[in-house]
Design a protein around this ligand. Structure first.
Ligand code: NAD
Length: 255
């Protein structure tokens, strides 16, 4: 198994990409901390996942005390942390003139501050062992701005900034820090977004995905497995000489 005995933590593990990544690491032999705001769901998922040493931890990534308590539980349970995947995130499509201060603050708090707080706590553990790989979920919207998306784009561009800065700071400590930038991947995050996007483009909700596909050189949206595979690459020694990178997983839509 590819990650036998490795200690892995994943935020956003109750749904979509984070859930797929956490389950995939467990299938590959890792002990996995499933972390999410939805504590009941991560506890159930951790129990149901492959292996016997998985744990479910309720955490609000935008809250410093909650993040510190979650990582202290991980350190107490596993004693170390080999891979941390920063995946929790929210996305609200809203035209600029309708974007409230609350939407802006919430998006930045969860996606940007949350990424920083979790990374800071993961690094504290990894710095003691002088090794580790951190992978942050940015987005293709972290590379190219899309309309009606300012807070989300700002947060995801910012994630790449945090990744690059931290990668420089911890390269000599044996900690590699990279980002994954997915294009469109069908997850529960899209349930609400499809409606907002249809409204914005004045099309029917069922026309949204075909519209996206028409913009993607490969002609299709991405799969969870394709994001998992790139995350595995960044988590493993196959990417031993990569740090501070942000890899696009988007069928060629962003280069
Ligand atoms: P999702 O909505 O299916 O899952 C997000 C998870 O994050 C949920 O389980 C939610 O409970 C959790 N979460 C939200 N706020 C939290 C908080 N404050 N503390 C802890 N957990 C919190 O979304 P997804 O599509 O799986 O997205 C996962 C990540 O991938 C996000 O960062 C997203 O921006 C990024 N991404 C997704 C896509 C896509 O098309 N799905 C594309 C590019 C990037």
């Amino acid at each position: 198994m590819r990650f036998e005995g490795k200690k892995v933590a994943v935020t956003g593990a109750a749904s979509g990409i984070g859930e797929a990544i956490a389950n995939a690491f467990a299938r590959e032999g890792a002990d996995v901390a499933f972390m999410d705001l939805d504590m009941d769901k991560v506890k159930k998922l951790a129990e149901a996942a492959d292996g016997t040493n998985n744990i479910g931890i309720g955490v609000d990534v935008s809250d410093k005390a909650s993040v510190e308590s979650a990582f202290s539980e991980i350190e107490k349970t596993y004693g170390r942390l080999d891979v941390f995947v920063n995946c929790a995130g929210i996305s609200i499509i809203v035209p600029m003139l309708e974007c409230t201060e609350e939407i802006w603050d919430k998006t930045i708090d969860v996606n940007l501050k949350g990424t920083f707080l979790c990374m800071q706590n993961a690094v504290r553990i990894m710095d003691k062992q002088k090794s580790g790989s951190i992978i942050c979920m940015s987005s293709q919207s972290g590379k190219v701005g899309g309309g009606a998306y300012q807070a989300y784009c700002a947060s995801k561009f910012g994630v790449i900034g945090i990744v690059q800065s931290a990668a420089v700071e911890f390269a000599k400590e044996g900690i590699r820090i990279n980002a994954v930038c997915p294009g469109v991947v069908l997850t529960p995050m899209w349930d609400k977004q499809v409606i907002s996007y249809a409204k914005k483009r004045n099309i029917k909700p069922e026309e949204v995905m075909p519209y996206f596909e028409s913009k993607i050189p490969m002609g299709r949206i991405g799969t969870l497995e394709e994001v998992v595979n790139v995350t595995f690459f960044l988590a493993s020694d196959d990417s031993a000489y990569l740090t501070g990178q942000s890899l696009n997983v988007c069928g060629g839509q962003v280069m």
